[in-house]
Ligand binder design. Structure first.
Ligand code: HEM
Length: 417
């Protein structure tokens, strides 16, 4: 290889190592993203290809040459046998096969079709009243807080999504602490480099949730309700369309995908709006811009920073040869700040016209299924919060989550009045 190419790939490798291992980079990844961008649209990292480019992310996510790297034929008897064998005694993981997020092909279509009816913009709009009532209830609790300074994450941003998703799935109030514990463990499991001692917490949380889902599904079989899980159970009973393991993976994925991501959207929005009072002023004058403001937060502080794909065959992307089996890491947070698409990309601008070109919900076959619900929760939750507490101010002591894949706030103290 020419010398310059070796040096360039070594540099990209170092960048990827930093991205994988340095919690300071996870808290503030954007400088590193720019260094990746400067190295080229698709660079070879130490462990995989890496891209900060919007065009490359779009291309890879939409391409039939790339898949999730799981299985694309879960129903074949051979794959079923492998999954059953590998999964014997192990709890179901919501982002591993047979979860829809980990598979491609006809099984992915089958899983997605079963749940997608509930998440169409029309069905989700029907939940507006319920989401508003949940937000109002949480804000009433917040207003009763005796102290003037409260953490807006735990009692509000952290509670709205879990309550909405649990209502949708028919999870009774007693089961919700299991859901929250599971979520904390799951967020850790997304970190490929989580310290080994966290594995027990992850395993414990997954097992606790899996046991709980098993019991809950049993209950729904005896007494189905009108909720989504009951419908999935009934459909399964009638048409044998989802196995028990598939059912558990779907339930886990819906809880997992719709929870921490939305908590992070709400937290980042509160932080950005309090730090940019001029933008809050724009929203006060033109409340119809709230949905657009939500998109701008998703662009600028993407709750899911990274997605990955695997090449299914030898292919070419951005002039590079990508061999079958290679992984490509797409830095969504960087793609959403790509100056080729977004003018002055680091600026928070609730009027940004082309904001909907962001890739915070990914693209292609695995495009976020819960997008309408996430948008609704963002719009209703944030607008209600800022209308209820118009004098809200940021207080010192805010702390970011220290995770690589999910970006948000763990602690966000605010003075309500
Ligand atoms: C998939 C982001 C909220 C359900 C995804 C993906 C992203 C994403 C990036 C695709 C991952 C990939 O391509 O590898 C977000 C963000 C959210 C959010 C940023 C909030 C701000 C929700 C909600 C739900 C949900 C509320 C519903 C309960 C799903 C499901 C998938 C998914 C089921 C898998 C789709 C598939 O594999 O076909 N989400 N999500 N998400 N999301 Fe969301």
């Amino acid at each position: 290889l020419p010398r310059v190419a070796v040096r360039r790939s070594a540099r990209a490798g170092d960048l990827q190592s930093l991205l994988l291992s340095d919690p300071a980079v996870w808290r503030e990844p954007y400088d590193l993203h720019e260094r990746v961008r400067a190295a080229g649209p698709l660079v070879r990292g130490r462990f995989s290809w890496v891209s900060a480019s919007h065009a490359v992310a779009r291309e890879v996510l939409g391409s039939a040459d790339f898949g999730m790297g799981g299985f694309d034929d879960v129903s074949s008897p051979r794959v079923r046998r492998v999954l059953d064998w590998a999964g014997r005694g192990a709890p179901v993981h919501p982002i591993e096969p047979p979860s829809m997020l980990a598979v491609d092909g006809p099984d992915h279509t089958r899983y997605r079709k079963l749940v997608s009816r509930v998440f169409t913009p029309r069905s989700v709009e029907g939940l507006r009243g319920q989401v508003q009532a949940t937000a109002d209830g949480l804000l009433d609790d917040l207003a009763r807080a005796p102290e003037p300074v409260v953490d807006v994450v735990r009692p509000f941003a952290g509670r709205l999504p879990v309550t909405v998703i649990c209502d949708l799935l028919g999870v009774p109030v007693e089961g919700r602490s299991e859901v929250r514990e599971f979520e904390a463990g799951l967020a850790m499991s997304l970190e490929a480099v989580a310290p080994w001692r966290q594995f027990r917490t992850v395993e414990g949380a997954l097992r606790g949730f899996d046991d709980w889902v098993g019991r809950h599904l049993e209950h729904l079989r005896r007494a189905p309700g009108e909720d989504l899980l009951s419908r999935l159970v009934t459909a399964t009973e009638e048409g044998q369309r989802l196995t028990e393991r598939e059912l558990r993976a779907t339930a886990g994925l819906l809880v997992a995908a719709g929870f921490e991501t939305t908590v992070n959207l709400l937290g980042s929005a509160v932080h950005l709006l309090l730090a940019n009072p001029d933008q809050l002023q724009v929203l006060r004058a033109e409340p119809d811009l709230w949905p657009q403001a939500v998109e701008e937060v998703l662009r600028l502080e993407s709750p899911v920073q990274i997605v990955g794909r695997q090449a299914l065959r030898d292919t070419a992307v951005a002039g590079q040869e990508v061999r079958a089996g290679s992984r490509v890491v797409l830095l969504l947070g960087a793609a959403n700040r790509d100056p080729a698409v977004f003018e002055d990309p680091a600026r928070f601008d609730v009027r940004r016209e082309n904001v909907r070109e962001h890739l915070a919900f990914s693209a292609g076959r695995h495009f976020c299924l819960g997008v309408a619900l996430a948008r609704l929760e963002g719009e209703v939750g944030l607008r209600s919060l800022f209308e209820r507490f118009p004098g809200m101010r940021a207080e010192p002591g805010a702390r970011r989550t220290s995770t690589r894949v999910l970006r948000g706030w763990e602690h966000l103290p605010v003075r309500l009045r």
